[in-house]
Design a protein around this ligand. Sequence first.
Ligand SMILES: NC(=O)c1ccc[n+]([C@@H]2O[C@H](COP(=O)([O-])OP(=O)(O)OC[C@H]3O[C@@H](n4cnc5c(N)ncnc54)[C@H](O)[C@@H]3O)[C@@H](O)[C@H]2O)c1
Length: 336
Amino acid sequence: MYALQAAAAGSRLFVITDENVERAWGERILDLLGAASGGDYVLALTPGEGTKSLSKLEVCWNWLAFRGARREDVVVALGGGVVGDLAGFVAATYLRGLSLWQIPTSVLAQVDSSIGGKTAVNLEAGKNLVGSFYQPDFVVIEPGTLATLPEEEYVSGLGEVVKYCLLHGEDLLDVLEKNIDAVRVRDRQIMDDLVRRCVNYKADVVEEDEFDQGRRAVLNLGHTAAHALERTVGYGAISHGSAVALGLLVAVALSEEYLGLEAEVLTRTRRILERLGIPTTIDLPPVESMLAAATRDKKISAGGTGFVGLASLGAPVWGLNVTPARFAAALEVIRA
Ligand SMILES: NC(=O)c1ccc[n+]([C@@H]2O[C@H](COP(=O)([O-])OP(=O)(O)OC[C@H]3O[C@@H](n4cnc5c(N)ncnc54)[C@H](O)[C@@H]3O)[C@@H](O)[C@H]2O)c1
């Protein structure tokens, strides 16, 4: 319907995707969108984090330019978080801004990255260093597309779902806990419900704090240790979702100490992750490197105040002052 409205307004849809997603869903979704298919309007990039690069950004800009994209046209990001972040930045910058539609097809993109308007590409010096806040005009989420997601990607994306359940509170954690078997087999109905609730939570937070000046920090629950792990073991060696899952355990352990979170939450979170098939321990890199990586984030330092914890289920607290020594001690909960 939206595609028809866009067409009526004289807009064309320029779909940016990756080769895996194009193979699995390209034809079907173009058909549903009523969009012109074929080479002119679909750009399928190489899958993987490497595509969130300046060189691929230029490929996208030139692709739009050579096909005569105009201000009234639409960039459609069809795929996981990599395509969403890159195509989002393309839409934000080409001709100073084209309309952006997000059609996320991975768990992570459906529950998290397609919502909230953060777009980015990576530099050699680090991840997500260049980007903008640019809200999509539409986000179309069809959990049915998860059917073709490789198992490893599916399971790793569930790490973010667990994060949202902890942030949301007892109700949603309970739904997840009672339906783990259905989640494991990608049951359409339960995934629809879970994705919807995660999206609503994120949308609510972003509506209150679009530019990440305050409450939006809660979405970083588990991410301090996760980013430190990703930097230390290497981005290719651990998936983001698996790193987040381990980071959640560290954050929950620190929350016991700093915020008096009930000890039962750590046991319960670990059990849920295990049942979802997500590793809960890792061959921990040297603690000194983990600390060096975490302090780069400025979330942990002698006087650091950027850590996110939980006072109880559904009651996140941001801006905690976590010392390096206590962060190092909490890492023990994920040591294999
Ligand atoms: N903007 C934000 O707010 C935000 C938030 C979190 C993460 N991110 C970013 O998201 C990215 C990670 O996203 P991701 O985990 O979706 O990775 P991804 O986009 O690389 O997708 C994972 C893999 O699954 C494949 N795939 C996706 N959907 C598929 C489907 N339905 N069927 C078959 N294959 C499919 C992709 O081709 C890819 O190989 C990172 O770059 C991260 O920085 C952004």
